[in-house]
Design a protein around this ligand. Structure first.
Ligand SMILES: NC(=O)C1=CN([C@@H]2O[C@H](COP(=O)(O)OP(=O)(O)OC[C@H]3O[C@@H](n4cnc5c(N)ncnc54)[C@H](OP(=O)(O)O)[C@@H]3O)[C@@H](O)[C@H]2O)C=CC1
Ligand SMILES: CC1=C(/C=C/C(C)=C/C=C/C(C)=C/C=O)C(C)(C)CCC1
Length: 297
């Protein structure tokens, strides 16, 4: 029981309600994202389930609507492995919505065999970092207009093993599925810190987090991890427990002066030396803009 308690502590106790607020959660058709979307809907927000499989999304939206009584749970197609899909999602969203108060960059892939996104990026860095980088960039004006607003980036403890290899960002010279995931999760933290620095004074704040070790479909590409997850089922967090820190970052009052920080179990936590390196954060920002054809400022 103590191990379980240790591994699954951290509860979002915020009482913030969200009537009239708009939230987008990527990868909300399963796992942590689904539970995050459910709680935001429970609190009255209009929630966009942004996912690559609209059918799966519709089933989840129906489930959330039934459970919460909130009918404003909408499904939109977003494939983070395709910049065209990201641009279409953003264009339609901006045409449809006046506001965006909460953006939760939650979707992720882990340990997939070497593969590339539609634009030729390695899958982990492409989906986990570049996809969310582009999405955030496209929605940023709307977030600014809707301030106070928040961006929550779901990273991982795994970032500690990550490195940004600027000479081989796409893993063409060396590829390890496990390390590629770690690199992309480090990129999530560096992005959050640079974003927070650039957004100072705008009313938009940004947070990164580790959700804990959570029983979800994230381990689908690794039979070893699937076995480990099954074996230790009782000790790892449920998706609902795993959603707590995302919700904490999105909802807790007075968190603004902690913008740029990394959280775990609903507390600020330390990150690796690489993740604190401002030079790497700035360079990653510029390289990401370059890869995505975003004008640099
Ligand atoms: N589970 C854990 O122990 C930990 C998880 N995390 C992080 O938590 C986040 C959520 O993961 P979790 O809920 O555990 O895992 P899941 O696999 O359950 O959820 C991941 C979500 O991301 C979506 N996704 C994957 N690729 C794409 C894409 N190309 N475009 C759009 N959506 C995509 C998946 O969609 P689909 O269903 O279609 O595949 C799914 O909805 C991830 O960022 C992960 O890195 C961090 C640390 C630990
Ligand atoms: C050793 C060990 C565990 C393994 C934890 C691992 C391997 C966590 C990996 C987390 C990842 C990859 C997060 C994703 O971002 C368990 C199952 C907690 C049970 C107790 C013993």
């Amino acid at each position: 029981p103590q191990i379980r308690q240790m591994l699954s502590s951290g509860v979002c106790t915020s009482t913030t309600q969200l009537p009239g607020k708009v939230a987008v959660v990527t990868g909300a058709n399963s796992g942590i994202g689904k539970e995050t979307a459910k709680e935001l809907a429970q609190r009255g927000a209009r929630v966009y389930i942004a996912c690559r499989d609209v059918q799966k999304g519709e089933l989840v939206a129906k489930e959330i609507q039934t459970m919460t009584g909130n009918q404003e749970v909408l499904v939109r197609k977003l494939d983070l492995a395709d910049t065209k899909s990201i641009r279409t999602f953003a264009k339609d969203f901006l045409a449809e919505e006046k506001h965006l108060h909460i953006l939760i960059n939650n979707a992720g892939v882990m340990m997939c065999p070497y593969s590339k996104t539609a634009d030729g990026f390695e899958m982990h860095i492409g989906v986990n970092h570049l996809g969310h980088f582009l999405l955030t960039h496209l929605l940023l004006e709307k977030l600014k207009e809707s301030a106070p607003s928040r961006i929550v980036n779901v990273s991982s403890l795994a970032h500690h093993l990550g490195r940004i290899h600027f000479h081989d960002l796409q893993g063409q010279k060396f590829y390890s599925a496990g390390l590629a995931y770690c690199h992309s999760k480090l990129a999530n933290i560096l992005f959050t810190r640079e974003l927070a620095r650039r957004l100072k004074g705008s009313g938009v704040t940004a947070y990164s987090l580790h959700p804990g070790t959570v029983n979800s479909e994230l381990v689908r590409h690794s039979s070893f991890m699937r076995c480990l997850w099954r074996l230790f089922f009782f000790f790892i967090k449920t998706p609902q427990q795993g959603a707590q820190t995302s919700l904490y970052c999105a909802l807790t009052e007075g968190l603004e002066n902690l913008s740029g920080n990394h959280f775990s179990d609903c507390h600020v936590t330390w990150v690796s030396a690489q993740a604190r390196n401002e030079t790497i954060a700035r360079r990653l920002w510029d390289v990401s803009c370059d890869l995505l054809g975003i004008p640099m400022d």
